[in-house]
Design a protein around this ligand. Structure first.
Ligand SMILES: [Zn+2]
Ligand SMILES: [Zn+2]
Length: 329
C-alpha cells in the first residue's frame, strides 16, 4: 500500500521531532474526573508495525477515563458560527444566535481568550479579509480559514511556519494544487493590501509561498477535526463508557498534534470529544491495557462496511484493515 509506505518513511524522519513537540500540545485539566491527570498523560508515541506512528497506553487505563486533553495548534469558527462562538476557543457566547449575514465584529468569551488571541488578531485586523472570507463562503471551504489563522499566527511570530510539518500530508491532485494556488494568491494579495509595513510584507511574502500554502493545507485536510460541542454534563459523559455522545452541529474546525497521531479503528477504544470549547478530550471507551495501541474512529462508526471503506479511502487515503473491517462487519 502506497499510503502506509509513505507514512512509515515519514514517521522515521520526524520521530525525534515528534517526541519533543507533542509534549507541548497536551495539557491536563483540574476539572477532570481522575486525580492522575495532574501527572503526564499515560501515553507513548511509538512506531506501529504497519501504520506509521501510533499512540500507546503507558499504563492500564480504565473505561470512561479522561486520558488527556489537547489544545489546538490552530482553530477557527465556521463562517455560520462566526458571531455566536468565541473567536479563539469556540465556546458558545451568551445571547448570540447564528449569523444572518449581517456583518458584525467577532467576539471573545473572556479576557483570557482575548489576551491569547492578541498577537494573531492584531495582524488579522490590519487587513480586509472580506474577499478571502467570501471566496470560502461561496466555495463552501472551511480549511482555508485555518490557513489564514495560521498565517496570522506565523506573521505575529506566535508559531513557526513549519509548525504542522510533523503531521502527515494528504496526497493532492494537480487540480487541488491549482485551486490552492488561487487561495494562496488571495491570501497574499489580502496581506499586501493590508496596513502592515511594506518592509515587513516583503519578509512575509517570502514565507507564505504557494508551497507553504499547499503543504499546510495538505496537512489540514487529513488532520483537521470538525468541532462539535457535546451536549450533556461532564459527569454524564465520563460516567459511562458509551461511544456516542449527542452533539450540536459543527461550530468550527481545529488541528491538534497529539490527537492527530492516533490511528483509526472502526471499533475504537478511545473517543475524542469536546465539551464547552475547542480543547479536545480523549476518553477511554473501554479498559485499555498497558502497551495497547489506542485508536479513534475518524468517521461515523455506525456506517456499514462499504461506506466506511469508501470514505476512509477517499478522505484519508487508506484501506481500513481493522478487525471489524476484516470481518466485513
Ligand atoms: Zn474563548
Ligand atoms: Zn475498519
Amino acid at each position: 500500500m502506497i499510503r502506509l509506505t509513505r507514512r512509515s518513511r515519514w514517521a522515521v524522519v520526524h520521530f525525534h521531532q515528534l517526541h519533543t513537540q507533542t509534549l507541548s500540545f497536551f495539557s491536563s485539566t483540574s476539572a477532570s474526573t481522575s486525580p492522575t491527570l495532574h501527572s503526564p498523560p499515560p501515553v507513548r508515541v511509538e512506531l506501529t508495525h504497519n501504520a506509521g506512528r501510533g499512540v500507546f497506553a503507558s499504563r492500564r487505563i480504565g473505561a470512561g477515563e479522561l486520558i488527556h486533553t489537547a489544545e489546538p495548534v490552530v482553530s477557527h469558527p465556521s463562517l455560520s458560527s462566526l458571531h455566536c462562538v468565541c473567536y479563539f476557543c469556540l465556546r458558545k457566547l451568551p445571547n448570540h444566535e447564528s449569523s444572518s449575514g449581517v456583518p458584525q465584529t467577532v467576539s471573545f468569551c473572556s479576557k483570557q481568550c482575548e489576551e491569547q488571541s492578541k498577537k494573531f488578531y492584531d495582524v488579522e485586523k490590519k487587513a480586509d479579509w472580506s474577499r478571502f472570507n467570501e471566496y470560502c463562503r461561496l466555495q463552501g471551504l472551511k480549511y482555508p480559514l485555518l490557513v489564514k489563522r495560521l498565517a496570522c499566527q506565523v506573521i505575529s511570530e506566535s508559531v513557526p511556519p513549519e509548525i504542522l510539518d510533523i503531521l502527515q500530508p494528504a496526497n493532492l491532485s494537480n487540480y487541488q494544487i491549482r485551486e490552492m494556488k488561487k487561495e494562496a494568491d488571495l491570501l497574499r494579495s489580502t496581506i499586501e493590501g493590508s496596513g502592515i509595513e511594506s518592509a515587513q510584507i516583503a519578509c512575509i511574502l517570502v514565507l507564505l509561498t504557494d508551497e507553504w500554502y499547499t503543504a499546510v493545507l495538505a496537512r489540514i485536510r487529513i488532520n483537521a477535526f470538525r468541532i462539535e460541542l457535546a451536549v450533556g454534563s461532564y459527569e454524564d459523559l465520563f460516567s459511562s463508557a458509551a461511544a456516542s455522545v449527542s452533539a450540536e452541529g459543527a461550530v468550527g474546525s481545529a488541528v491538534y498534534v497529539l490527537p492527530s497521531l492516533y490511528n483509526h479503528d472502526c471499533d475504537p477504544n478511545v473517543n475524542i470529544l469536546w465539551m464547552e470549547s475547542v480543547d479536545a478530550k480523549m476518553k477511554a471507551l473501554r479498559d485499555i491495557e498497558e502497551g495497547e495501541e489506542m485508536r479513534i474512529c475518524y468517521i461515523d462508526a455506525s456506517m456499514d462496511y462499504e461506506a466506511r471503506q469508501t470514505i476512509l479511502y477517499e478522505g484519508f487515503g487508506f484501506q481500513c484493515k481493522c478487525p471489524r473491517c476484516v470481518s466485513k462487519d
